[in-house]
Design a protein around this ligand. Structure first.
Ligand code: MG
Ligand code: ZN
Length: 139
């Protein structure tokens, strides 16, 4: 089996929630998400959240709110796009910027990473970065 260097996980609709904005204070992972996260961690695979959170740009939450949340979910790091749809950034999924950011920080070969998400947007970002992908139906 090919070595997996890291797994990227979308937040809303994948780890928990409804697929829509929920403030980190109120976010509840699905019961089985914690188990899945711990199974992957037991394999020694680093887990990174990879999420669009445009409401950060509206001041409705901060990057730190999200970093705290992902830490409490036992993820190893988080890559977050705080921009709005009209900001023309390079990190908002379906663009692959968040994955490139992670690859640079952790020296990853993205073809040896996996993206788990619940939308076509996630799958497009994975494709654009050359990552393997898993579409879940929870979202
Ligand atoms: Mg999602
Ligand atoms: Zn962005």
């Amino acid at each position: 089996m090919t070595e997996i260097q890291a797994v990227f996980i979308d937040r809303d609709g994948t780890i928990g929630g409804t697929g829509h904005f929920i403030h980190p204070c109120d976010f509840q992972p699905y019961a089985y998400s914690k188990d899945a996260i711990h199974l992957l961690k037991a394999q020694g695979i680093p887990l990174f959240a990879c999420t669009n959170q445009w409401r950060i740009s509206k001041g409705q939450a901060t990057m730190d709110d999200f970093y705290e949340e992902f830490k409490s979910d036992d993820l190893d790091d988080a890559f977050i796009c705080p921009h709005g749809p009209d900001d023309e950034c390079t990190c908002r999924k379906p663009k692959p910027g968040l994955l490139f950011e992670a690859a640079e920080k952790y020296h990853l070969d993205l073809s040896k990473t996996m993206f788990i998400g619940d939308t076509g947007t996630d799958m497009q970002a994975a494709d654009a970065a050359g990552a393997k992908k898993i579409l879940v139906r929870t979202g």
